[in-house]
Design a protein around this ligand. Structure first.
Ligand code: SF4
Length: 329
């Protein structure tokens, strides 16, 4: 008898959470790699549209807002990415990942030209577009919905936490209600959605992380990226850290928070990342951020120690069962 037959496929392979590789294999029939594309868009939290100074942890603040981009440059970045990744990973399928800054913060025709420059390439099987919840007007969402009819598209809406007090501390320039509104309008258009969360933020407890995970899991997103808070040079966070005003969790504490979070997500949610990475050149702390796979390895150890897995505590009816817990705080 096969005792494993009721398990999702990723668990039958011995994994504790649903990573991107098996998802890509199922969706595209093989290996797919992401090529990071910088279209030189600005950020509303830097250029004054909603704020200046940016999120306290962000080193994109030093970017000059509104740098001009050329469509040839997007093509060149894709060529370069393909050259670097094709042989190493034995694949000819790539996703163009519009990554730095806010990739929906530009006039609609500019956005359309940038995204169409990428999707007209046969090697590009899809787009991932990173953005903020307050840069998703209905016109942008309609454009993305049109493009999604032609190629696989994932819209990554940065959140970090569902707790408004922490969002204010981070100087995010939006609240949790803004995120929920963007998600609901994007879902009306059947867009595939992902988000970023930071676990172990200053002032947040394990219960706060669990509540954010429950709330975000209840929104039924396609994917999630989990990060630890790391300090890079020349940021407001670096100053607060130097003044002793910010405490960071240890690697083991962080790994336990990841398990706490992923236990509450659906087994169907693709987990694209369980920790951030930064090079020594820019990094202040914690040190382990510079060691490739340190976060991932610690999370694996924590899952095994706790004999746990993604979805272990997932409750699809959590929202209905807990009307006393506010959707926003
Ligand atoms: S929204 Fe993104 S790009 Fe803008 S300041 Fe925050 S982290 Fe930086």
């Amino acid at each position: 008898m096969n005792f494993d037959s009721g398990l999702p496929e990723w668990r039958r392979n011995g994994n504790r959470y649903y990573t991107l590789s098996p998802y890509f294999k199922k969706e595209f029939g093989g290996v797919v790699r992401k090529i990071s594309v910088d279209a030189h868009f600005s950020c509303p939290n830097i250029d004054g549209t909603v704020g200046r100074g940016g999120c306290i942890f962000c080193d994109a603040v030093s970017f000059s807002p509104g740098r001009r981009f050329g469509l040839e440059e997007i093509d060149a970045q894709i060529d370069d990415g393909i050259r670097q990744l094709q042989r190493r990973f034995q694949t000819d399928k790539f996703i163009a990942y519009f990554q730095p800054s806010t990739n929906t913060h530009a006039p609609l025709d500019t956005l359309e030209k940038a995204f169409r420059t990428a999707i007209r390439r046969p090697e590009i099987v899809g787009l991932t577009i990173g953005t903020r919840p307050d840069a998703l007007g209905d016109g942008v969402l309609d454009l993305l919905a049109d493009i999604a009819k032609e190629k696989w598209l994932s819209l990554e809406i940065g959140l970090q936490t569902s707790h408004d007090a922490t969002l204010r501390f981070l100087n995010r320039g939006h609240n949790y209600a803004c995120f929920v509104d963007a998600v609901e309008r994007a879902k009306l258009r059947n867009l595939r959605l992902g988000t970023h969360l930071i676990l172990g933020l200053p002032g947040e407890t394990r219960d706060d992380v669990v509540l954010t995970s429950r709330r975000v899991a209840a929104l039924g997103l396609h994917s999630v990226k989990l990060h630890h808070l790391y300090v890079v040079k020349n940021t407001k966070l670096a100053r607060l850290y130097a003044e002793g005003k910010v405490k960071l969790p240890t690697l083991e504490e962080y790994a336990d928070l990841v398990v706490d979070a992923l236990e509450r997500f659906s087994p169907e949610t693709v987990v694209e990342r369980v920790a951030g990475e930064a090079t020594e050149e820019f990094l202040v702390a914690p040190e382990w951020t510079a060691f490739k796979h340190a976060g991932r390895n610690a999370v694996d150890v924590a899952f095994r120690r706790r004999n746990s897995w993604q979805g272990k505590e997932y409750d699809p009816n959590w929202r209905e069962k807990t009307p006393q817990i506010p959707l926003y705080k």
